[in-house]
Design a protein around this ligand. Sequence first.
Ligand SMILES: CC(C)(COP(=O)(O)OP(=O)(O)OC[C@H]1O[C@@H](n2cnc3c(N)ncnc32)[C@H](O)[C@@H]1OP(=O)(O)O)[C@@H](O)C(=O)NCCC(=O)NCCS
Length: 190
Amino acid sequence: MRRSPQSRWHGADPATVHDGATLTLAGGRSCRVRPIRGSDRDLKREFLAGLSARARYNRFLGAVRELSPEALDRLVRVDYRSQMALVALAGEGGAERIVGVARYAAAPGSLSCELSVAVADTWQRRGLATMLARQLLEYARLRGYVRVTVSTFADNVPMLRLAQRLGMRPAAGQPSPSIIEMELLLPEVV
Ligand SMILES: CC(C)(COP(=O)(O)OP(=O)(O)OC[C@H]1O[C@@H](n2cnc3c(N)ncnc32)[C@H](O)[C@@H]1OP(=O)(O)O)[C@@H](O)C(=O)NCCC(=O)NCCS
């Protein structure tokens, strides 16, 4: 699916938005959500290091212990158009930490983007991934994307349930028996 996405985004440039909106999760915990920034590199590294090996494996579709500095830079330095990420932060000042990330990435000129989500193990099952992904999908829609996909291991029940909750369906032509691609068609912004 190629063509330049027709952006209908009229909000402030996400790169200049500093304060996150507060989200209250099931169970009463709260966190702040804002677009990722280049300065989040250390927080992002700590977040990935703090995930269980299983969660990291599911997130990256394979064994990853630690990302290279270059790979980390690519994750935090997004252009807010073809790549976008929302982070959920908990704690204040020096104790601030990332507890969840939802991201999309698109090939140049594509109208389709790929979603990935990860939530810190102790913050799971409170609706955080659902809220982050919903906000991100709306942002993608306003940016002109018309299709979102997610690839996940076939035994990743939490991700499959999340995808279903977001309204995603199995895509036609699955990549392999162990990986399921789910897709969602986004209503075009007129
Ligand atoms: C997948 C993941 C992001 C879900 O995060 P979360 O914040 O716990 O998700 P939510 O609380 O919003 O719940 C979403 C759905 O998943 C279900 N779910 C969450 N954790 C679950 C678990 N351990 N077992 C079964 N279902 C689970 C929830 O019940 C909900 O489904 P429902 O609406 O049918 O009840 C999280 O498990 C995670 O970070 N996993 C590791 C990384 C990963 O696998 N990423 C996906 C590849 S991109």
